[in-house]
Design a protein around this ligand. Structure first.
Ligand code: NG1
Length: 459
């Protein structure tokens, strides 16, 4: 399916006064800034991941939904001058300008995420002389909070570039392309965020599988609501040697040791799912192998070399990425246990979600996922542990961190009839005790529903 062109109503349902004002202001700011009206608008949503954390980059399926919080770009094409001019409605994000042959991604400023999407399309479509664009961006996905603001920006930029250069993409093709080009920024992530961004649908959570990329609707119980709560601490997963990138290579190390133990061509194994597929074993059997064959605790670089019978140089080339060349210690046992158990939880969720009592099972699996993220994957934070505990005490059937973690948001599943009292209790017990948290509670704590995927807008 190509990227659709939708009306505001098709995207948001009833259009609030606030939303109508937002689009009018964006149009006006664009015209003021560039002295002409925009030619078109692109819109890409953030997402919340219900379950399946840190397993997409190991090849496993995940269960996210797109949300109404999004990034919108107003765009006019520069046919006669090959210049990119980028501006943001939020003044803390500075203007950026360059010619199309000067594009360079050197850091992690907001405009560099835009350039990732631009570069992805330009390379994929082999555009030898891409046109210039004037762009004004307006975003309301909280940044670095696990709701995929970075991918929404990359995907939106790719859509702008495609339309400005008269290229049409199928949703799965551009999703795949965006997963690859976001890596220019320095993260080694999987494809969950870009996939749900394009494949999300109003009212539907999606089970996303990779290789080949596909999405099926997961029917969730009618009686529940999802609530996002932000711990109001941020992470930067793009930094070199960030914990995120370290986790990617720890999983890869586990995959390579297991592959070598079983006489496989271990150098070609980069993801844990590849090993499971090659061995033809169930999740439980893979967890047994992890217990039997990987040492709990940390492997030093020396120990990894001995295990794999390679030199440090070879370790650098077959296992470590440019971002993780200096990592010295690897917890392969716990990371692999998390990945196999979490992938199994995604399967259980989609198998049981619409059964009678499915909501209780979903809650239980979500809480189990949080414990695994916190204890085995070590991607939680004191604030997220506190917040998810408060959410469970407030009546959530289950609560877990969502997205990369180490800060950012939690997602809770709550019986809809208890939603109001749940929100009151979380406001009281997590936010109201701290004036800084309380000042941000309106945008930090909210119920959410599956929203529309990415679209061009008819306004
Ligand atoms: P967020 O929440 O946007 O930081 C990241 C990765 C996902 C996935 C999750 C953890 C990117 C762009 N996103 O998401 O692919 O691995 O962490 O489940 O790298």
């Amino acid at each position: 399916m190509p990227i659709p062109q939708l009306s505001l109503q098709e995207i948001y349902g009833d259009i609030s006064e606030q939303q109508a004002k937002r689009y009018a202001t964006l149009k006006e700011s664009f015209t003021q800034k560039y002295g002409r009206a925009p030619d078109f608008f692109s819109r890409a949503p953030g997402r919340v991941n219900i379950i399946g954390e840190h397993i997409d980059y190991h090849g496993y399926g995940v269960l996210p939904m797109s949300i109404n919080q999004d990034i919108v770009c107003a765009v006019a094409v520069n046919h006669d001058k090959p210049v990119l001019r980028l501006a943001n409605t939020q003044s803390q994000y500075k203007d950026f300008i360059c010619t199309v042959d000067e594009v360079a991604i050197k850091g992690i400023d907001w405009h560099e995420y835009f350039l990732c999407g631009w570069k992805g399309v330009v390379e994929n479509a082999s555009l030898s002389s891409p046109c210039g664009m004037d762009v004004m961006l307006d975003g309301c996905v909280p940044k670095s909070s696990g709701l995929s603001s970075s991918s929404a920006l990359v995907c939106c930029a790719a859509m702008c570039t495609a339309r400005a250069n008269q290229k049409e993409y199928e949703q799965v093709v551009i999703a795949d392309l965006c997963a690859k080009c976001e890596k220019y920024i320095g993260t080694m992530g999987g494809g969950m965020d870009q996939s749900i961004c394009f494949l999300g649908e109003v009212g539907k959570a999606k089970q996303i599988e990779f290789n080949p990329l596909r999405a099926t609707t997961c029917h969730l119980p009618e009686s529940i609501s999802f609530v996002i709560s932000n711990s109001l601490t941020e992470i930067n997963k793009a930094a070199p040697c960030s914990q995120f990138n370290v986790r990617v290579v720890e999983g890869r190390a586990a995959a390579q040791i297991l592959a070598k133990n079983h006489g496989l061509e271990w150098r070609s194994f980069k993801k844990l799912k590849q090993v499971q597929d090659a061995l033809g074993k169930s999740f439980d059997e893979m967890m047994e192998l992890v217990k039997a064959e990987l040492e709990p605790g940390l492997y030093t670089r020396q120990q990894l070399q001995e295990k794999l019978e390679v030199t440090d140089e070879e370790l650098l080339s077959v296992m470590l990425s440019p971002q993780t060349q200096t990592v010295q210690q690897f917890n392969v046992h716990n990371r692999a246990m998390h990945v196999f158990s979490e992938a199994a939880r995604v399967h259980k969720t989609s198998a049981t979600a619409d059964a009678s009592d499915g909501e209780k099972e979903l809650g239980r699996l979500m809480t189990e996922s949080h414990v695994s993220c916190s204890q085995l994957y070590e991607c939680s934070s004191p604030e997220l542990d506190e917040l998810t505990a408060i959410c469970r005490d407030a009546g959530a059937l289950g609560s877990r961190l969502t997205g990369a973690g180490w800060g950012g948001c939690a997602v809770s599943v709550v019986p809809t009839e208890q939603l109001a009292s749940f929100l009151d209790k979380v406001r009281e017990n997590f936010y109201s005790k701290d004036p800084e948290r309380m000042a941000r509670v309106e945008t930090a704590l909210f119920a959410t529903k599956p929203g529309s995927g990415a679209a061009y807008l008819c306004l």
